[in-house]
Design a protein around this ligand. Structure first.
Ligand code: HEM
Ligand code: HEM
Length: 185
C-alpha cells in the first residue's frame, strides 16, 4: 500500500479557504481599525461603510465555522509523515506556529463577536443578525476591542512566519512540504 503523502482533500480545501478568509478579515479589520467609523464614512460613504462592517463580521463568523470543520478534519483523518523528516528546529517551530494559528483563529472571532455584542452593535452574518449572547457593557466592549486589535497583529505575525516557512520549503529546500497542502499535483 502507498504511504499517504499529503493531507486529505477536505483538510487541504479548508486550509486554502481559511487562508483566503484570514487575509480578507485582516485587510477589512485593519481598514476599519485605522479609519474608524467616521473616517470610513468620509472615505467611501455610509452605505459602503456598513457593507464593510457587515462583510468583516460575516467573514469572522465564517472563520469560526471553517475552523470548527478544520479541527474535525484534523482530528478525524491521518496526518501524513514528513518524507524526508523535518529536523528538530523545523518541527518545533512549525508545530508551534500551527498550534498558535489554530488557537488564535478560534479565539479571534469569539472576541470580535463578544466585543461587538457588548458594545450594543449587531452581530451580522450575511443578511442575518445573530444573537449577541452577552448584555451591553461598554467598558467590556472597549477592552475586548483592544484584545481584538492585539490578536490581529499577532495573527499577522504568525501568518508571515508561516508563509515564509512554506516558501522556504517550496523554493529553497524543495522538499515535500508544499505538496502536503497543495490542491494540485
Ligand atoms: C494565510 C493564512 C494561512 C493560515 C492561517 C495557515 C494555517 C496553516 C496551518 C494551521 C497548518 C498546519 C496543518 C494543519 O494541521 O492544518 C498549515 C499547513 C501548511 N500551510 Fe498554511 N496557512 C496559511 C497560508 C498558507 C500559505 C499562503 C501557504 C503557501 C505559500 C501555506 C502553506 C502550507 C503548507 C505547505 C502546509 C503543510 C505544512 C506541513 O505539513 O508541515 N499556508 N497552514
Ligand atoms: C478571524 C476572524 C477575525 C479577524 C482576523 C479580525 C481582525 C480584525 C482586525 C485586525 C481589526 C482591526 C482592529 C483595530 O485596529 O482596532 C478588526 C476590527 C473589527 N472587528 Fe474583527 N476580526 C475577526 C472577526 C470578527 C468578528 C467575528 C466580529 C464580529 C462579529 C468582528 C468585529 C470587528 C469590528 C466591529 C471591528 C471594528 C472595530 C473598530 O471600529 O475599531 N471581527 N478585526
Amino acid at each position: 500500500m502507498q504511504a499517504l503523502d499529503r493531507y486529505t482533500y477536505p483538510h487541504r480545501l479548508l486550509h486554502w479557504l481559511v487562508a483566503g478568509v484570514v487575509l480578507l478579515s485582516l485587510a477589512s479589520g485593519l481598514t476599519l481599525g485605522f479609519l474608524g467609523y467616521d473616517g470610513t464614512v468620509d472615505l467611501i460613504g455610509k452605505t459602503l461603510t456598513n457593507v464593510l462592517y457587515g462583510g468583516h463580521k460575516t467573514l469572522g463568523v465564517l472563520m469560526l465555522l471553517l475552523m470548527t470543520l478544520r479541527v474535525i478534519t484534523r482530528l478525524a483523518f491521518v496526518v501524513p509523515d514528513h518524507v524526508p523528516p523535518l529536523n528538530t528546529f523545523e518541527r518545533v517551530v512549525s508545530t508551534s506556529v500551527h498550534h498558535l494559528l489554530y488557537i488564535a483563529l478560534i479565539v479571534m472571532p469569539l472576541i470580535g463577536w463578544a466585543a461587538t455584542a457588548s458594545g450594543g452593535f449587531p452581530v451580522e452574518f450575511v443578511l442575518w443578525q445573530l444573537p449577541g449572547f452577552i448584555g451591553k457593557d461598554e467598558q467590556l466592549s472597549e477592552l475586548l476591542f483592544i484584545l481584538h486589535e492585539w490578536l490581529g497583529w499577532i495573527i499577522l505575525a504568525l501568518v508571515v512566519l508561516h508563509v515564509s516557512g512554506a516558501i522556504f520549503h517550496w523554493k529553497i529546500k524543495r522538499d515535500n512540504v508544499m505538496k502536503r497542502m497543495s490542491l494540485f499535483d
